[in-house]
Design a protein around this ligand. Structure first.
Ligand SMILES: NC(=O)c1ccc[n+]([C@@H]2O[C@H](COP(=O)([O-])OP(=O)(O)OC[C@H]3O[C@@H](n4cnc5c(N)ncnc54)[C@H](OP(=O)(O)O)[C@@H]3O)[C@@H](O)[C@H]2O)c1
Length: 323
């Protein structure tokens, strides 16, 4: 079968290590299932793998891709929970299992016709969503869900700042926070993305670093160095910044005096549990929320989707079809 495979790592030219090639079809060991993929979605995580960040070179080649919706061996429409881990090893939370892995870290990923995953990682696709929309949920949307509701404990009426409005996690956070009754403020480098965020339900959209009309209870941070100072300055005393990524750089000044004097809470977040995924799927169905898709491409054009991601052109997700 045709697959997009990470074969080399290069921090400066990550796409040079992504090859379309034929790979053997997977066979399911006991307790696992093979899913025929209808749609898969791109994540920044795939670019980190190709750059050699967080993914040892001895785990190459590997089929890339963490997100998928498709059809299981019994003909059911499914969406794949991408965290492969043991809840018991993580004190009841598989994201805290020291041995956990996201699809494409230790097991072949979803940019292919078929993917093999543990049966417990298959969940029914929400009937209200297309396969393309459902494929956006496992990484970006589940990460945003956990950031807002498990980590920051968002309450209706809270004010939320989402940094970098165009991103996959960011567009999910805007929609979920709005759906939960929060006021949403956003920043983006691009005027077009700020306008799109207002369409998605954000109250206020400003340039990166610009002052907000009021301070917020929660900040959703995936941008890192470029926005960190603004995130801390935008928080009310006692507020929470949840960080799940640092696309623009990992080491901004910590500004410790602000953190302790204003009793701010800084929380890390990664992925989400199966139980959180079940709740997310119910939430999008019940609230009538649909993921924002920037473009849909055939697998053979996956490089152009990643190029748009690297160039910061996207508002929402890039989806690929395996055929
Ligand atoms: N911990 C986890 O479980 C987890 C899960 C998902 C993602 N992540 C991480 O979160 C980050 C975003 O992932 P994604 O898939 O949402 O990526 P994406 O869709 O490509 O979004 C990239 C984001 O970065 C912003 N951005 C990039 N460079 C910037 C700069 N120099 N200044 C300001 N903003 C900048 C963009 O904002 P604008 O273009 O709107 O300004 C946009 O929000 C990645 O680092 C990823 O690895 C972590």
């Amino acid at each position: 079968m045709l697959a997009a495979v990470a074969v080399r790592q290069d921090p400066r030219d990550p796409l040079s290590g992504l090859e379309l090639r034929e790979v053997p079809k997977p066979k399911a060991p006991p307790g696992w299932a093979v899913v025929r993929i209808v749609a898969a979605a791109l994540n920044y995580h795939d670019l980190w793998t190709l750059r050699g960040v967080g993914h040892p070179a001895d785990r190459l080649p590997i089929v890339l891709g963490c997100d998928a919706a498709g059809i299981d061996e019994d003909g059911n429409e499914v969406v794949v929970h991408p965290v492969i881990g043991d809840p018991a090893a993580g004190g009841g939370d598989e994201t805290l299992d020291p041995g956990r892995a996201l699809l494409s870290e230790r097991h072949d990923g979803t940019f292919a016709e078929l993917v093999c995953v543990p049966r417990r990682n298959l969940l029914p696709k929400p009937a209200s969503l297309s396969f393309e929309e459902a494929a956006c949920l496992p990484v970006a949307w589940l990460t945003a869900y956990r950031m807002l509701f498990t980590q920051a404990r968002l309450r209706p009426g809270d004010r939320v700042l989402v940094q970098g409005a165009g991103g996959g996690v960011a567009t999910a956070a805007i929609a979920l926070a709005r759906g939960a009754g929060a006021a949403v403020y956003v920043t983006s480098r691009s005027e077009a993305k700020r306008a799109a965020a207002l369409e998605m339900g954000a109250q206020v959209a400003v340039e990166c670093g610009a002052r907000l009309p009021e301070k917020v209870e929660v900040v959703v941070e995936t941008v890192g160095e470029a926005t960190w100072e603004h995130s801390l300055k935008s928080l009310r005393p006692g507020g929470t910044v949840v960080v799940a990524g640092a696309t623009s750089g990992l080491n901004p000044p910590a500004d410790l005096s602000r953190i302790f004097y204003l009793q701010q809470r800084v929380l890390g977040s990664t992925g989400g549990t199966r139980e959180e995924f079940v709740r997310l799927l119910r939430f999008v169905e019940n609230a009538g929320i649909r993921p924002r898709i920037d473009r849909v491409l055939p697998l053979t054009e996956i490089h152009s989707g990643f190029r748009a991601m690297l160039d910061g052109e996207l508002t929402g997700k890039v989806v690929v079809h395996p055929h």
